[in-house]
Design a protein. Structure first.
Length: 129
């Protein structure tokens, strides 16, 4: 029997967890940037601008979240991509129970890229109001 997930992905605590995760996923040095001289907001904006240059400018008019998820699937950022690593990440975040069923694990994996895209775009929007 599995237990219900207790982590609210809209909570302030989860937002900070996700922000740290996404900031750490970019190899800023590959773009001749020194992450030590950048604020967290600078890093989020850099990722967003990079996405626009590499993917969205060519697909204007399409669903931004879908295009961002596709961009991530091309491993534009250093995020887990094997199912076992996605499941481990979800468990560490508290969004999946450690004793989840295979069906629950698959649901997490199938929605992973869209979830990352949604949470990133939500984060970017919140810092650029």
């Amino acid at each position: 029997m599995t237990t219900k997930t207790t982590v609210n992905t809209n909570s302030g605590a989860f937002k900070e967890t996700f922000k740290a995760f996404i900031i750490a996923s970019c190899a800023y040095e590959d773009f001749d940037l020194n992450p030590d001289t950048m604020t967290d907001n600078d890093k989020i904006n850099f990722i967003y601008e990079r996405f626009n240059k590499e993917a969205y400018q060519w697909q204007t008019g399409k669903n931004r979240q879908r295009v961002f998820a596709d961009w991530l699937q091309g491993l534009a950022l250093h995020v887990p991509f094997y199912y076992r690593d996605i499941i481990a990440l979800a468990i560490s975040w508290g969004t999946l129970s450690a004793n989840a069923t295979e069906k629950q694990q698959m649901a997490i994996c199938e929605n992973y890229w869209n979830f990352l895209a949604f949470k990133f775009l939500q984060l970017h929007s919140s810092i650029n109001k």
